[in-house]
Design a protein around this ligand. Structure first.
Ligand SMILES: N[C@@H](CCC(=O)N[C@@H](CS)C(=O)NCC(=O)O)C(=O)O
Length: 215
């Protein structure tokens, strides 16, 4: 069985949702708040030296980290017609890859840097400046993603994909849903649609306990 190191609402939700979509059973171990608990960080670092979520242990004991790698890995064995990743080659696949990597390589690092700026800078005022700079930069990046979304219903058009799961999860994070509703209506609509997918209902419930769409 797969084992997912997790924390409700954190990046592990990206993988928890995909496992649920594929009907892959998994054991979930919530690790605690990695920014507040040195013990949680130490425990996770034994399996993932970066001590980041998601961290997935495959049934044969191998460790997978990096949500995009896990996304592609899970799609490799997905039943035809159920895959969350368009098959190669093709324009839809290329678009998927471009924006998947944009989300993890451009947007995600703004959290790595901004979530706890005391990791990088000793001075409190400088920490605040860095956090605000990351927040502003992230908003610019989200506007770019908004510009890439077509007319729906999903990010890629008619096809539901892992991008829709990323949008549903990451729009829960700063700048949060009210900002997306006001500034990036297409992303906001995708997120709400993603939260209405019946196969994912229990995942959203576990990770974002409040009423869906109200984050
Ligand atoms: N590139 C990684 C980023 C993962 C990541 O930054 N996860 C956050 C949780 S949402 C984390 O574990 N942060 C702890 C830290 O940065 O030390 C991925 O896509 O999986």
């Amino acid at each position: 069985m797969h084992k997912l190191y997790a924390q409700p609402g954190w990046g592990s939700t990206l993988v928890e949702a995909q496992l649920a979509w594929y009907g892959i059973p998994c054991e979930i171990e919530d690790v605690g708040n990695l920014f507040k608990s040195p013990e949680a960080r130490e425990r996770l670092a034994k399996v993932n030296p970066l001590a980041q979520l998601p961290t997935l242990v495959l049934p044969d004991g191998r460790i997978m980290t990096e949500s995009a790698a896990i996304t592609l890995h899970l799609a490799d064995t997905a039943p035809a017609g159920k895959s969350l990743v368009p098959t190669a080659p093709g324009a839809e696949r290329d678009r998927f890859l471009r924006w998947l990597v944009f989300l993890v390589a451009s947007i995600y690092p703004t959290f790595t840097i901004g979530d706890d700026t005391s990791r990088w800078l000793p001075d409190a005022a400088a920490q605040k400046d860095l956090r605000e700079a990351m927040n502003a930069y992230r908003e610019r990046l989200w506007h770019m993603v908004e510009g890439a979304v077509g007319d729906g219903p999903w990010f890629l058009g008619n096809r539901f994909s892992a991008l829709d799961i990323y949008i549903a999860v990451m729009t829960r994070w700063t700048p949060r849903r009210a900002w997306f509703a006001a500034n990036t209506p297409k992303l906001s609509a995708l997120a709400l649609r993603g939260e209405a997918v019946p196969e994912l209902a229990s995942v959203w419930q576990r990770n974002f306990r409040e009423t869906p769409g109200m984050g």
